[in-house]
Write a protein that binds this ligand. Sequence first.
Ligand code: UD1
Ligand code: CA
Length: 457
Amino acid sequence: MALHVVVMAAGKGTRMKSQRPKVLHRLGGQPLLQHVLDSAAALRPAQTLVITGHGAAEVEAFLAGRALSCVRQVPQLGTGHAIQQVLPQMPAGEGTVLILNGDVPLIRSETAAALVAACADQALALLSAELDAPEGYGRIVRDAEGRVRGIVEHKDASPAQRAIREIYSGIMAAPLPALRRWVGALKNDNAQGEYYLTDIVAMAVAEGVPVRAQTVADDTEVLGVNTPVQLAELERRLQKRLAEQRMEAGVRLADPARFDLRGTLDCGEDVEIDVGCVFEGSVRVGSRVSIGAHCVIRDAEIGDDVVIHPFSHIEGARIGGGARIGPYARLRPGADLGDEVHIGNFVEVKNSTLGRGAKANHLAYLGDATVGARVNYGAGSITANYDGANKHRTVIEDDVHVGSNCVLVAPLTIGAGATIAGGSTIARPAPAGQLTVARARQLSVPTWKRPAKPKKG
Ligand code: UD1
Ligand code: CA
């Protein structure tokens, strides 16, 4: 039977106290809505509909170009009203509707699939959870035999109902024809004056339709994000999940509570990651790699046997096998380092390739450069790659030694095996194999006297 997924994302998210629509706040580097859509996509639905309202333009811009439709709900008169808006977009006849919540991001696709399976015989399937702190959630009301009778919203609940710890997650699966019937009959005579989707449960019960509440084992799957505190709590839970997955694959994390992954991280064997590292985008790490504390690594490929010392910042870079990076190194997009390269403290590399065994160990800048094998690039040296309008390349051939505090004015080529004397500003090609010096000749003045302070009194 065709599966229709509806993601509710029109609510205001008042308690986030933010200009940004709630479903676009990030968890693990991705908008909340992206997590929900990823789980839904795994079920291969015939149709996905996202209900937008508050911040609709921003949310729709984020969703542009995807195989889904947005339906605007203006004004927002409650979750039942939201579903009333999308039903006309669904084909007549049979089908199953899975309703997901844009602010409940960590639902697993397996759990959603089990919920869909539970309504296969025209039942209504609710995802519930037992929470120690159920405040604010709708409660699942059962009769003496344990059968579900309805859902009561927290604001409408009696003290006895508020003591119920089984909550409705906001996620359900329903047969399409019955959903049309129930949602069409909703009323808004409740504490919030809203059309509550949750009222359809009592309608199903009255019709004798079976209602199944499936309780999740891991409540992380059903926790909603309403406040910055809840967002941060969920972030920690997600990071714990991700850290455990990495450790199960053999990665040694110094402390899983101080690990942040905001993208994908693939590691070979015997990778050690110290505390406080942040991984973003797509990061691939080889085997026997050690990553020191407090590194930020984004979209990078790191070879085998690499050591990255603490406080290094790496983005859009490739690092060859056996390289040594940092501490306090900065690799920017287009840094392509060969095997055994050493990049030391306060060295910045941008859009440059370094050949095997090249070294820049202290306080240096390499931008738009092609650096050969075994080059030694001295402390304080820079490529002057930008003339205020254009960027130019610097080519440093194999086995060059660049002394300290040199300015290499691009475009420029330094021939193989050349030596550049410290303190030189090099603006013309330096021939291979020779020493090139470009600085004022040293002068000593034997007759010079240091001025003396006038003697007092
Ligand atoms: C809802 C449920 C509650 C459940 C809780 C789980 C109802 C009446 N209550 O309460 O039983 O325990 O979720 O998190 O359904 N939304 C719209 N349009 C609207 C109103 C809401 O699209 O007019 C969207 C929101 O963006 C959100 C979701 O629906 O993604 C839930 O809305 P919210 O206002 O957060 O409902 P809760 O009060 O949390
Ligand atoms: Ca909510």
